[in-house]
Design a protein around this ligand. Sequence first.
Ligand code: ZN
Length: 323
Amino acid sequence: MNSRKSLHLSRRGFCLCCVGAATVGLTGGWLSPPQAYAEAHRLVGMIRDAAAKANITTHKLRGNVSILEGSGGNIAVHAGPDGKLLIDAGITATRPRIEKALAALGPQPIANLVNTHWHFDHADGNEWLHSEGASIVAHVNTKKHLMEAQRVVDWDFTFPPSPAGAIPGETFDADKSVTLAGCRLDLICYEPAHTDSDIGVHFVDQNILHVGDTYWNGIYPFIDYSTGGSIDGTITACAKNLQLAEKDTVIVPGHGSPISKKTELKEFYDMLVAIRENVSKLKQQGMSLGETVAAQPTKKFDRKWGQFVITPALFTELVYQGV
Ligand SMILES: [Zn+2]
């Protein structure tokens, strides 16, 4: 399922491949920081528009767990006898196709939802899922961010406070084990990483680990400094995921091809560490952001990781902010 074809479909599923391809096509794969910002600024509208048309692809894993791919972040679903449990909620514009995909997994009602973090491409569907019966669990900072207006500087976008139905009813801020809809889960709190609200979810009996946006499979990740994220926190979370994962653990990333494994996660870790070092050296030499981008500190990795919406220039900028 990690074939070239499925990776391509995955990118299509996230709905921004055409945008990414257009960006690369127009610029030869390299954007100046102002161009990168301009691309990033349109992200939210583009993601919403794309989600309205998105198809959902269902990947059946094991032990009643499936991944729904195509509406924002990868959604994990456990469909057991006690009801459906979802990890992440996708984007509301895709609701009809998500409902269809959920119905195909069985007749059980929707019982529980866990958010991996507060971002709209993971929590936008909270309200409708709650209206269908989902109790929502999340990190305490996810609740905090959903209750207040949030400005994400790199998206040039301010999200309004979420409606009451979207707010998690139960929160936590330390690792805990729970059983939701008959499914045993370990909820793992990261130090601030991609945001300050990230959690990982380990399906204990299935050995499936959904790590949210601490891992983007095969593509450069976004890092949200506006709500507590950083490159160093992202690297630390990735190291924690590597510790947690075993050889046969199925790892589900927030974005990118939805079924991954420890060896691929290690490649992501090595890429993050190498680029952080490269950017840090250039910044320490006194280079400005523009000069650092022009020096192409990600060049060695761009063919594999730089073909999506977080372009080499934008990722360089995200790393530069944190070193
Ligand atoms: Zn995110």
